[in-house]
Ligand binder design. Structure first.
Ligand SMILES: *Cc1c(COP(=O)(O)O)cnc(C)c1O
Length: 396
């Protein structure tokens, strides 16, 4: 006899709990910021938000949202192609295109949707998608929804990428797909090499700039700018939910033909609601702040350099990276959980990651820097890391 469905689920939930993979949500009662407050009243300095530019609670961004609500209302109650496109949606799309030096941009409810809806309209069984093994879940799902032949290359392994490019030469079109910055190690995709290989083997390139748009590269245009190949990536996807305001929303930007095709056939665009004017107004304010002014990304990057230098000097083992993500390696899963819990007691909010989010034996603490952090926040975190590191015998 089969079990009651709820009982069946409850057993699986217990299994998730006993394997240590159950995800609990901490409840915050403050805005997202350098300092956040939990419902327990505990206040901590936050090092685990994607609030890279400190815009999640920025006064101009909030003002942009309010103004757009005053002039354009709260919601659209429509998809874009029926009656959900306002002048400000077009304006934001054009601002994003200008930012990336592309021809056109299409907005989505999230980058999860941008990635989910980018492949099927452009490629079919005659084509090939060549994807980095560590690409984001939304890219994996998007590829699954497309009939193109799938190839995978070992993470950032250019020899393996070349092998896959050779293997896919009989397909009509090929596209290399990569995250711009990988969220667990903080490493930046080797865009320069990818561009060379794409030229050699006649491939298109797509990069997902969720952890880089707005701050990686000297004017924040992302991983291609960082590697000196700005303008050589055919399709860029990104989120408005991380550095660029942190509210909600995603985008795909590229040539006018690609974006036109997506507007016609991309399912998450066609069958999902238009972004709220508040989000659009806030995002326009974000681009006002960062388009011609690098001070926020400069502050973020100097915070990251300062933090890495001090933590490295203290004897911690960190993954080398030029992004705003620092992977502080502990290798041992229980140790990573204990370390994070002790940091919380010290008033520093960081997360310990272990298998299956990272490979077995690669447990770590991930630290995300922000332009919202002041030097005193960084120093407090560094001192807490050193204190807890000594206590748990991670450093001497
Ligand atoms: C966060 C993230 C996404 C999803 O973005 P949302 O706008 O939150 O849906 C997609 N790709 C990468 C690499 C991400 O880090």
């Amino acid at each position: 006899m089969k079990k009651d469905f709820k009982e069946f689920l409850q057993e699986q939930i217990e299994e998730i709990k006993s394997s240590g993979l159950y995800k609990k949500e901490s409840v915050i009662t403050s805005a997202q910021s350098a300092i956040i407050k939990f419902d327990s009243g505990h206040e901590v300095i936050n090092f685990c938000a994607n609030n890279y530019l400190g815009l999640s609670n920025h006064s101009s961004v909030i003002e942009g949202a309010k103004q757009a609500m005053d002039t354009h209302g709260f919601g659209l109650s429509s998809v874009r192609f029926i009656c959900g496109t306002q002048d400000i949606h077009k304006e934001l799309e054009s601002r994003i295109s200008n930012f990336f030096s592309t021809e056109d941009t299409i907005l989505y409810a999230a980058c999860f949707d941008a990635n989910g809806g980018v492949f099927a309209p452009l490629f079919d069984e005659n084509d090939a998608i060549i994807s980095d093994a560590l690409n984001h879940a939304s890219i994996i799902d998007g590829v699954r929804l497309c009939k193109a032949k799938r190839y995978r290359f070992n993470h950032s392994d250019m020899d393996d990428l070349e092998k896959q490019l050779k293997a896919s030469q009989s397909q009509r079109y090929r596209i290399i797909v990569t995250d711009g910055v990988f969220s667990m190690d903080g490493d930046i995709a080797k865009m320069h090499d990818i561009v060379s290989l794409a030229q050699k083997y006649d491939a298109l390139i797509m990069s997902d700039e969720c952890h880089s748009a707005g701050f990686i590269g000297k004017t924040g245009r992302g991983s291609a700018e960082y590697h000196g190949v700005h303008g050589k990536v055919d399709i860029i996807t990104g989120t408005l939910g991380k550095a660029l305001g942190g509210g909600l929303g995603g985008f795909t930007t590229g040539s006018k033909e690609i974006i036109t095709m997506l507007r016609q056939h991309s399912r998450p665009y066609l069958f999902s609601n238009s972004l709220s004017p508040a989000i659009i107004g806030a995002s326009l304010a974000v681009f006002d702040l960062i388009e011609g002014d690098t001070s926020l990304r400069d502050k973020l990057m100097s915070n990251a350099v300062y933090f890495k230098e001090k933590i490295g000097k203290a004897g911690f083992d960190i993954k080398p990276s030029d992004s705003a993500i620092v992977a502080l390696m502990l290798y041992d899963a229980p140790l990573s959980q204990k370390f994070a819990a002790r940091m919380m007691e010290e008033g520093i909010f960081v997360i310990g990651f272990n298998f299956p989010v990272v490979p077995k034996g690669q447990a770590r603490i991930r630290v995300q820097l922000s332009a919202a952090h002041e030097k005193k926040h960084l120093d407090k975190a560094i001192n807490a890391f050193i204190k807890v590191g000594k206590e748990l015998k991670v450093i001497n």
